[in-house]
Design a protein around this ligand. Structure first.
Ligand SMILES: Nc1ncnc2c1ncn2[C@@H]1O[C@H](COP(=O)(O)OP(=O)(O)OP(=O)(O)O)[C@@H](O)[C@H]1O
Ligand SMILES: [Mg+2]
Length: 459
């Protein structure tokens, strides 16, 4: 138990309190002004009183010291005193205990708020860095750590060093510290893959407790900018694709009005070409509208079912004229009753049509196309549609880009074959809507196989 005074201290204090009166009594007795017996009695009484007072006061002071000590340690409870407390001292000790309790509560609140702040910063979706006066990163949230592969010291090199050394960011940091105002800049981090970043640098005044002077908030805009670029490319491509046949139509109209006005042979020939060009424009517009409709519904899974076996056979029949024109033999390996579910039969028919057309048009003149429909167990139980040709095949570097709108391996040849470059983009979006998979396997000179897996069953 704290608060019991040490005997040595009690004795010294008693000497201080009782010493002077006892000395006076002793002097009076030595001068014969006081009889020795009463003098001795009075000295003993003085000593006893001094000891009592010293013990009481020292005990009270020790209890008070113990209470203050506990309060300093954040404990709001009063220690049990060793002896009786004077009312005034008890009041002070009580006050100290209350003060300690309030401080402890405030301390708890501050700790909770600090933890909440840290949790919010940590959970922010955008990467955030705190820089010291020496422009070194002091803190980084989870998004920043993942952006920089877990390394947040610029000394370890890597992307964070590249970011902090980037002249645009370095300038923004200097401007922010000099002006005390928020600076916003856009920059591209070239490595390991180019990343478009929007950066906001906020000077911290006063600085943070850990010495943080600047807050660097990063927003990764790579995807958005890529989408913007794709959108711009799409508009450019679509207008280019429309402009070419339009220019040819206008040219022929001019010719028919002028030099070929009275030439029935030329007129007939030109009208034939014009009809072809107009048909090409119509196809392009139909494909573009079809694609945007499919994209709009892509996030809504289909609800019906599609008998892929029946669809494949019907579409193969419809290809007869094209097969004949290209002298292509079609082999059918269709298992009956392969059902895709949930599926949109109309869209699945379009997938079969686009892939068959590609195999016949881009395959070998006089070649062979194999159309296969079967039930499969992988990647998951479902239906696999596969269309293989023995044409020129596709070089590896083109394969990942084939489903981009307007992407053609040989645009001259494809355009000559009447292609718009939207067929596989439409296939990809339909397959995505069905939560299926499109696989393209090809080697130059070895033909191409386009496989579509769809969730389904065998009836
Ligand atoms: N079976 C195939 N063999 C070789 N190349 C192919 C095959 N299928 C597609 N390609 C290549 O992929 C490109 C894109 O095909 P896609 O179907 O998207 O466009 P397209 O056939 O040119 O035009 P569209 O289908 O819009 O009429 C084609 O231009 C062609 O270069
Ligand atoms: Mg096509």
């Amino acid at each position: 138990m704290r608060g019991r005074p040490k005997p040595g201290r009690v004795f010294s204090a008693a000497m201080l309190i009782g010493g002077p009166p006892a000395g006076v009594l002793l002097a009076l007795s030595l001068l014969d002004l006081l009889a020795p017996a009463p003098a001795m009695l009075a000295i003993a009484a003085c000593a006893a009183a001094a000891l009592g007072v010293a013990r009481l006061w020292l005990g009270n002071l020790a209890a008070l010291a113990a209470a203050v000590e506990r309060a300093a340690a954040g404990d709001g409870r009063l220690p049990e005193p060793a002896g009786p407390l004077l009312p005034a001292v008890a009041e002070v000790a009580d006050g100290v205990a209350r003060l300690a309790r309030t401080l402890a509560e405030r301390g708890g609140l501050v700790a909770r708020l600090t933890a909440a702040d840290a949790a919010i910063v940590e959970a922010l979706p955008d990467p955030l860095l705190v820089l010291s006066a020496a422009r070194e990163p002091l803190r980084a949230n989870a998004a920043a750590r993942s952006l920089f592969g877990g390394l947040i010291s610029s000394k370890t090199g890597g992307e964070i060093a590249a970011l902090l050394r980037h002249p645009t960011l370095a300038e923004a940091v200097e401007r922010a510290s000099a002006s005390g105002e928020v600076q916003r800049v856009d920059l591209v981090l070239p490595l390991p893959v180019p990343r478009d970043l929007s950066v906001q640098v906020t000077p911290l005044d006063p600085p943070l407790a850990d010495g943080g002077q600047l807050l660097v908030l990063l927003a990764d805009r790579t995807r958005e900018r890529a989408v913007d670029r794709m959108r711009a490319d799409f508009v450019t491509n679509a207008s280019h694709e429309l402009r070419t046949p339009l220019a040819s139509l206008l040219g022929f109209i001019e010719t028919l009005r002028g030099p070929a006005e009275d030439d029935p042979v030329a007129t007939k020939r030109f009208l034939g070409i014009m009809a072809e060009q107009a048909e090409r424009m119509r196809r392009l517009i139909d494909d573009l509208l079809g694609l945007s409709r499919i994209e709009l519904s892509e996030h809504q899974p289909p609800s019906g079912l599609a008998d892929i076996s029946d669809i494949a056979i019907a579409e193969a029949e419809a290809m007869t004229p094209l097969l004949a024109a290209r002298k292509v033999t079609l082999l059918r390996e269709v298992t009956q009753g392969c059902i895709a579910r949930p599926a949109d039969a109309e869209q699945i028919a379009q997938v079969v049509r686009n892939l068959m057309e590609n195999a016949i048009r881009h395959g070998r003149m006089g070649g062979q196309v194999i159309l296969k429909v079967e039930q499969v167990a992988s990647p998951r139980p479902g239906v696999m549609l596969s269309i293989a040709d023995d044409g020129p095949g596709i070089a590896r570097e083109h394969i990942p880009r084939l489903t981009e709108r307007f992407y053609r391996v040989d645009s001259g040849r494809s355009r000559a074959a009447g292609g718009t470059g939207l067929g596989l983009a439409i296939v990809k979006h339909i397959v995505n809507r069905h939560r299926g998979q499109l696989l393209i396997e090809s080697e130059p000179g070895e033909g191409a196989v386009f496989k579509v897996w769809l969730p389904g069953e065998v009836a």
